[in-house]
Design a protein. Sequence first.
Length: 331
Amino acid sequence: MKITVLAGGVGGARFLRGLRTQLRKAYPNGDGGSTAEITAVVNTGDDMWLTGLRVCPDLDSIMYTLGGANDDERGWGRKGESERVSAELTAYGIGWPWFTLGDLDLGTHIARSSFLRDGLTLTEATARLAERWNLGIRLLPMSDQSVETHVEIELDGRRRIVHFEEWWVKHRATVPAKRFIQVGVDAATPTPEVRHAIAHADIVLLAPSNPVVSIGTILGVPGMRAALREAKAPIVGVSPIISGAAVRGMADACLTAIGVETTAAAVAKHYGSRRRSTTGLLDAWLVDETDAASVPVLEAAGIRTRAVPLWMRDPDTSAQLAADALAAALS
Ligand code: FO1
């Protein structure tokens, strides 16, 4: 059983952790692992060069979460973190003082940057970093070319374009985003490893990550949507919106920026029905039980829809959500 999951940061990491747990139960390999193979195709739109280091927030969130090293309260970064080096960087006036690179986290960025300077691709560097953590899931950046999400905002009456992380962390997405710009997207392609993972999957899942700046960025890589539409596997998405509110982060601010209402049904229609349109991706969609009213609407739009509990409160509920997503794919 090969499962390929398109995922962003925090929501994606929790979903992948639940999926790994569920597959270890459903397809055990006798020594605690699973015979199923999970591949995560991860958003790299949040990436940036910062103080000379390549930082990949979504890849790191997933790696730390699956490796058991993440700070679950903060939702990002390493547990047991310290910030001695970042205080020095701030003292030297470099980097973003509002974007903290912890000492342990810097170890990851130094290692990644070292691999890249040695000529490895981001895919190869990611595999080298992941080896240490025994993740049970293969992590693939969506592309080996840089695609950075920048945001056009209006601040003090002036229009400016800032890196996504500046909008997201410094401004907490409270300044309205006029539009998102994927810098470098025209020169980007899905990696051969991503194409293979999509073409050979038995199931493709869209994690409940931000549909605009995480899943949307992945889908925006030229050729990605076509590769998904050609896949033999059923494509099942999990709504990141529950009863009109974003589960985490500020997905609502992002959806508003692209003119999509913040509902589970609107996001499903935004991804589109695979069989009813020439660009749509979804064969099936999971909404929370509080959004059950949207099931007939989406079924009529050509998207098989199920209402199940979507809140991932703990590893068990995450595993159950993964089980529901697999069931929807296999039905
Ligand atoms: N998020 C914050 O809210 N504040 C931070 O200072 C911060 C630093 C940071 C450093 C490295 C990294 O990989 C992630 C970091 N994040 C921080 C989280 C980041 O904004 C999110 O992981 C994603 O970019 C959004 O999904």
